[in-house]
Design a protein around this ligand. Structure first.
Ligand SMILES: [Zn+2]
Ligand SMILES: [Zn+2]
Length: 352
């Protein structure tokens, strides 16, 4: 075992502060990773503050991890010391159910996902997993991803949660050339959705409640921007979308968007609201065979595919770098959506 230093919340109401804890010695199939950078996801804040009522304290958040391999177990095949790697939201799963065998570990049929933080740690020293707001992590190679050094590593971490959360549904619903695709919301998720939809060749329309975001959305790859509060603007797009990716986590009227779908169009939700959305109008769905779906992050094979796609097309997240000791201020700013579009912690440069 070795001692790592992390930033932990000790309770729902205490700010994050330094904490020393043990990481296991790498087993045969494990790699030890020195963490360079870690993105800051909204889930980190929800968990630190126990907003989902499932937090075990202390909690060390962070699941957008980029680092270097410092040690590889004797059975490790894919990685060697010095490799640049990533770790996303999962560090293990049951590996035996149909979903795990198909590479959809995030949908493990028996709920066997082990999240990167705040999950019971089967391999210890536990009792629970601790995430990427720390100097190092030890992970089974099957749950480690290759990261290309061609990319700006500071901006890669957010691909592992915000990136894959938008990439996976756009791929699943086969978004591409000749299609009209909507992205609802321009935050950490939405800005990646715009980049991917554009990269896949779709005519990409951003829906936002803030007219001020139009210029930025176009810079990120949107062909058009619609202010969703403006009924006249919305009406112009009725029955015209093949697919809409809705990243908004606050409860809102879904009908405003399902009405914009063509026959057989789908709107996929990736944000989980604290209180339910108003129940959607069923007539709106059945008269054009429209669908509402959902999607959760991505499995390991697809996450690797996304990272490779990003390396080929030079896609990363738009980030603002912070020091580890700035995390509490960053949470405060995140709550006001005051970030373009993801904070990333310079772990190596500020946590010792
Ligand atoms: Zn996340
Ligand atoms: Zn499984």
């Amino acid at each position: 075992m070795y001692t790592a230093i992390g930033y932990a919340a000790q309770s729902a109401t205490t700010p994050l502060a330094p904490m020393k804890f043990e990481r296991r010695s790498p087993r045969a199939e494990d790699v030890a990773i020195e963490i360079l950078y870690c993105g800051v996801c909204h889930s980190d804040l929800h968990t630190a503050r126990n907003e989902w009522k499932n937090t075990t304290y202390p909690v060390v958040p962070g699941h957008e991890i980029v680092g270097r391999v410092t040690k590889a177990g004797t059975g490790v095949k894919k990685y060697k010391v010095g490799d640049t790697v990533g770790v996303g939201c999962l560090v293990d799963s049951c590996r035996e159910c149909a979903s795990c065998k198909d590479g959809y570990e995030q949908y493990c049929d028996v709920g066997g996902m082990v999240f990167t933080y705040n999950s019971p740690d089967k391999h210890g020293p536990g009792p629970q997993t601790y995430g990427g707001y720390s100097t190092g992590i030890v992970v089974d190679e099957r749950f480690v991803l290759k990261v290309s050094d061609k990319l700006d590593l500071k901006a890669v971490g957010p691909l592992l949660c915000a990136g894959i959360t938008t990439y996976s549904p756009l791929r699943h619903w086969k978004v591409g050339k000749g299609q009209k695709v909507g992205i609802v919301g321009l935050g950490g998720l939405g800005h990646m959705g715009v980049k991917f939809s554009h990269a896949f060749g779709a005519h990409t329309v951003l829906f936002t409640t803030s007219p001020g975001k139009a210029e930025d959305a176009k810079r990120l790859g949107a062909d058009d921007v619609v202010v969703s509060r403006d009924a006249a603007q919305m009406a112009k797009h009725a029955n015209s979308f093949d697919f809409i990716l809705n990243t908004v986590a606050a409860p809102h009227d879904l009908d405003a968007f399902t009405g914009l779908l063509k026959r057989d169009g789908t709107m996929c939700l990736v944000g989980v609201p604290e209180h339910p959305h108003p129940s959607p109008n069923v007539g709106n769905l059945i008269f054009r065979r429209r669908a509402i779906g959902g999607s959760l992050i991505g499995g390991l094979p697809e996450t690797q595919e996304m990272l490779d796609f990003c390396a080929e097309h030079n896609i990363v997240s738009d980030v603002e770098m912070i020091r580890m000791d700035e995390i509490n201020t960053a949470y405060h700013r995140m709550l006001k959506s005051d970030v373009k579009y993801r904070f990333v912690i310079d772990i190596q440069g500020s946590l010792k």
